[in-house]
Design a protein around this ligand. Structure first.
Ligand SMILES: Cc1ncc(COP(=O)(O)O)c(C=O)c1O
Length: 585
């Protein structure tokens, strides 16, 4: 009987950029492995002496993983986490101390943290990556950094004054997307190639879908794009979750056209099953059927956690060829200021990213890596043979606690999403008082004649931190007099004024290409993440009041001055304005 073997990942080196092909291991970093040889006299490294690091310990008070309840009230208990100056162990994957954390280190990241994440990734987050040997990981300084390294690895700068158009490379992305990513590729002269989206995310087929874009590529624009940037869960800004079925269709196209997928997934644990139920409850039917009534690992290895098994899995779970580079970040699970994340991909790709890291960021901050390592792993606190904290004070999260924390975060944001979207749902329409009144005069039943005007529409966000709201500008009474663009701009300014004082993110900051620019003015993104849980409902009521007041306006006086935008923003900072713009944009 022949044993079933997994496929080997493809060699993707034909996609490496000129510079990335030519990188050699850092001559300095290659010495690092010798530093750990017990008793070695180290004349080689230009390392500062650890006794001159001014920190003797690093200590924090940290939430217990149970703090955030998946479905009801949170608790506030906390534990201490302490990182001592030095611990005695020769095992680098168990050594969490300031002597190593604050020293120069290897580009892969702080060994205890990398080793924890490797286990998390391989055994729990993506237990069924189909290619032989499974993926490798490297720490990053967050997904912005991860993407910039992927772009450096897979794309060459194109200079119109020097290069042929045939050499111009391109990056595929959702038509509305996270603009920092687009601003990473645009200065390199690359084509930004947008793919149409629906409530889930990128379309595989149909007009403007991936197949359409790739099949009908116009080579006068340059090379057919070989890289895709995609946000698959809680898509920023549209809030969609890409189903496994859609992923398979898109992956097949990427195989056909040899496209590398960079999956930027900062919101992966924020998937909201209740959004499907709520949408169906209000609208009779959900925009799509729930993907949460199954275990995604039922036919393979379980993640060991019902929560993780229930989540729509990464592209990595269908990546037979090793063409997926996945970006994860602690920005949304710990804190954005930690500037910490990790990249997961086939080992050869991680090796090239390691070479880029060695000469760019070198490694993420040791303060951050060690405090997060100690919070999650922190099993050994022996300082010169003694425990630095009393044993009963030591409560590191471990794998169970980390997964529990992620689930608790989902609960917290899902409740906010439900609060916001319930109010948005119940207030989409403006009922015209005039016609209600005239109908009473005519003694006609009010319900039959009352005018209903829909001011906005939205799809319940199935994940992430935002709702993507389409402004139904065509229903505004002043539409005959003003263009949609003008009304949209006036609306944005109107919202920033008293008594509304709401700051929303305008669609234009997410429009990645000409087709999206045509309709950008019809959208705003409203974030439910940044506000306190108890503020979400009153703030959203204020926002819908703002909509109503705008629809009742008989003119746009005071709303057409560009300077007003800046003034309005200034006054919001002074007063109690509501910021719906949200995290990191
Ligand atoms: C889609 C997306 N990618 C990346 C980021 C930034 O991630 P990081 O803080 O890890 O750089 C954000 C933040 O808003 C985001 O929405």
């Amino acid at each position: 009987m022949t044993a079933i073997t997994s496929p080997q990942p493809l060699d993707l080196s034909h996609h490496y950029s000129y510079a990335s092909k030519n990188r050699n291991p850092s001559s300095v970093k290659s010495f690092y492995k010798y530093f750990t040889i017990p008793g070695i006299a180290n004349f080689a490294g230009g390392l500062p002496h650890p006794s001159y690091f001014p920190y003797d310990t690093l200590e924090a008070t940290v939430a217990r993983p149970q703090r955030l309840q998946p479905s009801n009230k949170d608790d506030t208990k906390a534990d201490r986490v302490l990182i001592p100056k030095a611990v005695q162990t020769t095992d680098p994957t168990r050594k969490i101390d300031l002597t190593t954390a604050l020293q120069y280190g290897v580009a892969e990241g702080y060994p205890p943290l990398v080793s924890f994440l490797r286990q998390f990734v391989r055994d729990h987050l993506h237990p069924n990556v189909p290619y032989e040997g499974g993926p490798e990981v490297i720490m990053s300084c967050g997904n912005t950094d991860g993407f910039s390294k992927a772009v450096e690895l897979f794309t060459n700068i194109w200079n119109p004054d020097r290069d042929w158009i045939q050499q111009r490379e391109g990056v595929l992305c959702e038509e509305f997307t996270y603009m920092n990513a687009i601003q990473t590729i645009q200065p390199r002269g690359l084509n930004t190639v947008t793919v149409a989206v629906d409530g889930q995310g990128m379309l595989a087929s149909g007009k403007g879908g991936l197949a359409d874009v790739l099949e009908n590529w116009d080579f006068r624009r340059g090379r057919r794009p070989h890289l895709m940037y995609t946000v698959t869960i809680g898509q920023n800004p549209t809030g969609g979750n890409l189903s496994i079925e859609r992923r398979k269709e898109i992956y097949a196209l990427c195989q056909k056209y040899d496209v590398i997928i960079v999956e930027d997934d900062p919101y992966w644990n924020l998937q909201f099953p209740s959004a499907y139920e709520m949408e169906a409850r209000y609208r009779g039917t959900s925009s799509e059927s729930t993907p949460y009534n199954r275990s995604y690992n039922a036919e393979g290895r379980s993640s060991g956690y019902a929560f993780l098994d229930s989540l729509v899995p990464s592209y990595l779970s269908i990546d037979t060829e090793g063409r997926v580079v996945r970006l994860d970040t602690f920005s949304k699970t710990i804190a954005p200021g930690s500037r910490l994340g990790w990249i997961t991909a086939q080992p050869a790709v991680i090796e090239r990213i390691t070479r880029i890291t060695e000469v760019t960021t070198q490694q993420p901050s040791g303060f951050v890596q060690s405090i997060i390592a100690q919070t999650i792993i922190g099993e050994q606190l022996k300082e010169n043979g003694a425990f630095a904290l009393k044993k009963q004070d030591i409560h590191s999260w471990r794998m169970d606690g980390w997964v529990r924390w992620l689930e608790g975060l989902r609960g917290g944001y899902e409740r906010r999403m439900n609060d916001m979207c319930t109010i948005l749902e119940e207030n989409k329409f403006l009922f015209s008082e005039k016609s209600a009144l005239s109908s009473t005069v005519d003694h006609v039943n009010d319900w039959e004649v009352v005018d209903r005007v829909q001011m906005y529409d939205f799809v319940w966000p199935k994940g992430g931190m935002f709702a993507w709201v389409e402004i139904r500008l065509e229903t505004h009474p002043l539409r005959a007099k003003y263009s949609e663009q003008k009304l949209s701009k006036a609306f944005w300014i109107h919202l920033t004024k008293k008594p509304h004082l709401c700051l929303v993110a305008p669609g234009q900051i997410f429009a990645a290409g000409p087709k999206s620019i045509e309709k950008e003015h019809r959208y705003i993104r409203v974030a439910f993440a940044p506000m306190d849980a108890e503020d979400v409902s009153p703030f959203t009521r204020r926002l819908v009041e703002g909509f109503r007041a705008f629809w009742k306006r008989e003119d746009l006086d005071g709303l057409d001055d560009d300077d007003d935008e800046t003034l309005a923003l200034g006054s919001m900072q002074l007063e109690s304005g509501i910021n719906f713009v949200g995290p990191g944009c």
